[in-house]
Design a binder for this molecule. Structure first.
Ligand SMILES: Cc1cc2nc3c(=O)[nH]c(=O)nc-3n(C[C@H](O)[C@H](O)[C@H](O)COP(=O)(O)OP(=O)(O)OC[C@H]3O[C@@H](n4cnc5c(N)ncnc54)[C@H](O)[C@@H]3O)c2cc1C
Length: 332
């Protein structure tokens, strides 16, 4: 097995979902060598960052036309790399960017992308959710050519999956940084059919909950849109992003981009605080990968407590202001 992992840049650094994809790649490759790929017009710093991780080698796919992301540029450049490397598996983080170009790349190689994978079993057999989380589907690659896989945010935590514990692998590795190679694809401006605009997140001023370290999420227990500022204040005191369950967004109390769950965003913060959220399965699939889950709910039997690390059984209208005040005092 030869495995190629395509890392994604965000703000001049390798993105956190990329490290989760590395954890998935280790689950897939086990003892096999992983080739990490960074792509752009100037990839030296990204390559150095990747080379410090437990990978066999790093390939810098570099070309001036890759300065800004385009689906044409990325898929053409990576297609040339794949033809030269001939890997058995190609792994990506399941990001907006990957969703945009990876299916076209897989198609160029006569393959499909097994997208949004949440589990990998021996075989390898890949699990992905169907019908908005109500069913799990199992997929196995067959035939010739590479197997293309993108992994869901939060499904493969670098520091909690024993098969893919990046920190432990780093500690074991005495070999120093991985070697770095340069790959210069042949690209022509006429091949790039789209003119890139500003990245989606910045231009639309939307929130990337998938990258948030702390999230305070509000559910129907809040009762009315006028009460949202109560939870907003807690989020601010914690330096957290504000998110919500679906009814809150359906009611227009918060924008849809803040919805967590099977039909919203998948998140994996260090801290997820669920306020007045019952813990329906469609919500849980979007946040159960969080490192620490704190639930505030007046119903001691609410399903959210089954996944919570800490639970406060109580009225959120009492608990939330008290918590916000205590945090403000603690922070000075
Ligand atoms: C196809 C499909 C896709 C879906 N996708 C999503 C999705 O992406 N995300 C999502 O969240 N849902 C989704 N849902 C909806 C999901 O099934 C639930 O209906 C929803 O998650 C419930 O939201 P909630 O927990 O805020 O509300 P409820 O289930 O109504 O829970 C409210 C909770 O607040 C507690 N509460 C009430 N008052 C107080 C108080 N004063 N103090 C403390 N606690 C209090 C209650 O005990 C209760 O547990 C989807 C459903 C379908 C069918």
């Amino acid at each position: 097995m030869s495995l190629l992992l395509v890392l994604e840049e965000r703000g001049g650094k390798i993105s956190r979902p990329s490290w989760e994809a590395l954890a998935a790649a280790h689950r897939l490759a086990l003892t096999q060598e992983i080739t990490a790929v960074v792509i752009g017009a100037e990839t030296e710093a990204l390559a150095a960052e990747a080379a410090a991780k437990p990978v066999g080698k790093v390939v810098r796919v570099e070309h001036p036309l890759l300065k800004t992301y385009t689906a044409d540029g990325f898929s053409l450049a990576l297609h040339q790399l794949l033809q030269s490397q001939n890997p058995t598996h190609v792994v990506f983080p399941h990001t907006y960017q990957v969703r945009d170009y990876a299916p076209a790349l897989a198609c160029r190689m006569g393959q499909v992308l097994i997208g949004d994978v949440t589990g990998i079993e021996d075989g390898p057999i890949f699990t992905r959710q169907l019908l908005q989380g109500r069913l799990n589907g199992s997929y196995q690659h067959s035939g010739n050519g590479p197997c293309f896989v993108s992994v869901q945010a939060g499904a493969f935590r670098p520091d909690s999956n024993p098969d893919s514990n990046i920190a432990a692998l780093e500690a074991q590795s005495n070999a120093g940084p991985a070697s770095i190679e340069l790959f210069a694809p042949t690209l022509d401006p006429a091949q790039i059919r789209t003119k890139p605009g500003e990245p989606f997140r910045e231009s639309a001023q939307t929130v990337d909950l998938g990258s948030a370290q702390r999230i305070v999420s509000v559910g129907r227990g809040i009762k009315d849109a006028d009460n949202i500022p109560l939870v907003q204040a807690l989020a601010e005191a914690l330096g957290a992003e504000l998110a919500a369950s679906r009814p809150i967004c359906d009611n227009g109390w918060l924008p849809m981009e803040r919805q967590v769950g099977s039909s919203g965003q998948t998140v994996a913060p260090k801290l997820y605080m669920a306020v007045g959220i019952s813990g329906a399965i469609q919500h849980l699939v979007g946040m159960k990968g969080s490192q620490c889950i704190v639930a505030i709910n007046k119903d001691p039997d609410a399903p959210i407590f089954e996944v919570a690390d800490y639970g406060i059984v109580g009225d959120l209208f009492e608990v939330v202001p008290a918590l916000t005040e205590a945090l403000k005092v603690a922070r000075g």
